[in-house]
Write a protein that binds this ligand. Structure first.
Ligand code: NAD
Length: 520
């Protein structure tokens, strides 16, 4: 059997089209190959999607929701197949696939089917001085949305932007990661076989060049989920055509453990936040700051409970394998740099001995500081670095000492203090006495600040991101002319000034404002 290459291989054979091979990271065995598509194939997919969009855009919200609920039913019928493809390409556990891939998508469809129509309803807008006008804004579909996704949650991170785009009346072309293309193929099958609008979601397979071709293919928006480095490239390419982008990028999420935290719960949260999906989560706990009064107790519990973790394939284990060989190299590099600079590894710190595939032990590191890559760059592996802090102020200062700002968490039994601290942390998302699960609440917008991204998925923003916000102004009375139309009256400036003073000067004399208030 073929063994896994350092990066997914692209084979161009004599005269035949190039392909990309995909591997099972748990064993290194080949799972097959998919076409490595070029710009012509990407353009053809965009054309097919645009054609399918024409009838779709004219449907009512209820009709679109009905179609997406049928997609969800089919997804549930095929759950076992999808889970097995997801686990084979990523190395994650079945339970992780059910919870964070399938359930998250089902919940998003549920949320928008129930609440999406309200989010996209036309909104009345106060006309201000223009009392003789009616103003509103409406949300219109954009067209074809390009979705480029990563390998860590290959099903969810393709499906979430796709279903959001569809609910808002768009079509989509998806470029799954070259590390997990078969999951993308399953997504293509779902939409093609559900019936009704078989071409609405197109899947193009390939590597970075295929992704760039999609950015340049004349789509109306690009949703990119991936690394900061690639995100910059996507934004640069999109700037050539002024194509709008939604960027969901990396993180280095801090966890702040206060003196009064419930340590049992905080330790459980740190382990799950750091080790689930082998730490390959954009909003994983990547660094922990613990108050000095509880530091030793926290570390001791983390060590005991990490040592007891079970790693392997299938149910009965706590974590699976890593997914991408290059990511494992980064984990090893960050650890070596940290150890070089004085860090101490208390548990793990190495590949699982004697095991083929991408198995890295859950790892606990102490004596860390911000001179180390492990505390400042995204590690994206099962590594939990813990740092002692004097007080909450120092914890917040260190948490904010980062180019990233995706998720974060604060752990304390004083919930008011927790909220105050949470407001001081620079991040798009924050959990108090929990971690990562804010993403599971579809009503909450999800996205980053600083280099963690631009734009939001989920919530009302997550639908409006895929809409043109169109402003509509309607003249109500059909007067023959407006006061400032040609020919301009001689006394216009003086008359306008009087209106200005009536309208904007504070105090009892503000008659016009009173009038506006009564009319609204
Ligand atoms: P990546 O940036 O290497 O690749 C992401 C996608 O971009 C892949 O499909 C890839 O083929 C494509 N791509 C590569 N070069 C391209 C180019 N020039 N133009 C267009 N597309 C191109 O990321 P990855 O390694 O697949 O995923 C891991 C990263 O994703 C981590 O940094 C993680 O934090 C981030 N991530 C962020 C979120 C979030 O919601 N914020 C979620 C998951 C993962």
């Amino acid at each position: 059997m073929e063994r896994m290459a350092l990066t997914t291989s692209v084979a161009s054979t004599n005269g035949s089209s190039p392909t990309i091979e995909t591997f099972d990271p748990r064993t290194g065995t080949s799972l097959g190959s998919v076409p490595d598509m070029g710009p012509a194939e990407v353009a053809a997919a965009v054309t097919r999607a645009r054609k399918a969009w024409e009838p779709w855009r004219g449907l009512s919200f209820a009709e679109r929701a009905e179609h997406l609920l049928a997609v969800r039913d089919l997804l549930l019928d095929r759950a076992e197949t999808i889970i097995s493809v997801v686990c084979a390409e990523t190395g994650k556990l079945e339970s992780e696939a059910v919870l964070t891939e399938l359930m998250a998508v089902c919940e998003t469809i549920d949320h928008y089917a129930k609440h999406g129509e309200r989010m996209l309803r036309p909104e009345k807008v106060a006309p201000g001085t223009m009392l003789h006008k009616r103003a509103k804004r409406v949300f219109e579909p954009m067209g074809v949305i390009g979705v480029i996704s990563p390998w860590n949650y290959p099903f969810n991170l393709c499906m979430t932007p796709v279903v959001s785009a569809l609910f808002a009346g768009n079509a989509a072309v998806v470029k799954p990661s070259e590390v997990t293309p078969l999951v993308g193929v399953e997504i293509g099958r779902l939409f093609a076989e559900v019936g009704g609008h078989p071409a609405l979601v197109q899947v193009v397979t390939g590597g970075g060049a295929t992704g760039e071709a999609l950015v340049r293919a004349g789509v109306q928006k690009v949703v990119f989920t991936g690394s900061v480095r690639t995100g910059r490239r996507v934004m640069a390419a999109a700037s050539d055509t002024l194509t709008p982008v939604l960027l969901e990028l990396g993180g280095k999420d801090p966890m702040i453990v206060c003196e009064d935290a419930d340590l049992d719960r905080a330790v459980g949260g740190a382990l799950w936040g750091s080790f689930s999906n082998s730490g390959q989560t954009c909003m994983a706990v990547e660094r922990v700051y613990v108050h000095e009064a509880r530091y030793q107790e926290f570390v001791d519990q983390v060590v005991t409970r990490t040592t007891a973790m079970r790693q392997g394939v299938g149910e009965g284990n706590d974590i699976g394998s890593m997914t991408f060989p290059a990511q494992l190299d980064i984990v090893e590099r960050h650890l070596a740099d940290a150890v070089d600079k004085g860090a101490k590894v208390l548990v793990g710190g190495k590949r699982v001995p004697g095991r083929e595939g991408l198995w890295f032990e859950p790892t606990v590191v102490v004596d860390v500081d911000h001179s180390m890559d492990l505390m400042t760059q995204e590690t994206f592996g099962p590594v939990l670095p813990i740092m002692k802090v004097r007080d909450d102020d120092e914890a917040v200062r260190l948490a904010n000492d980062s180019v990233y700002g995706l998720n974060s968490s604060v752990w304390t039994t004083d919930l008011d203090k927790g909220e105050r601290l949470a407001m001081r942390v620079q991040a798009g998302n924050v959990c108090i006495n929990d971690t990562m699960v804010s993403y599971a609440v579809t009503g909450l917008p999800f996205g980053g600040v600083k280099e963690s991204g631009i734009g939001r998925v989920h919530g009302a923003e997550g639908l409006r991101e895929f809409s043109v916000s169109k402003s509509v102004l309607i003249d109500r009375f059909g007067l023959k002319r407006e006061p400032f139309w040609f020919p301009l009256p001689k006394n216009l400036a003086g008359a306008m000034l009087r209106v200005l003073r009536l309208r904007y000067r504070r105090g009892a004399g503000n008659k016009l404002r009173g009038l506006a208030g009564r009319r609204r």
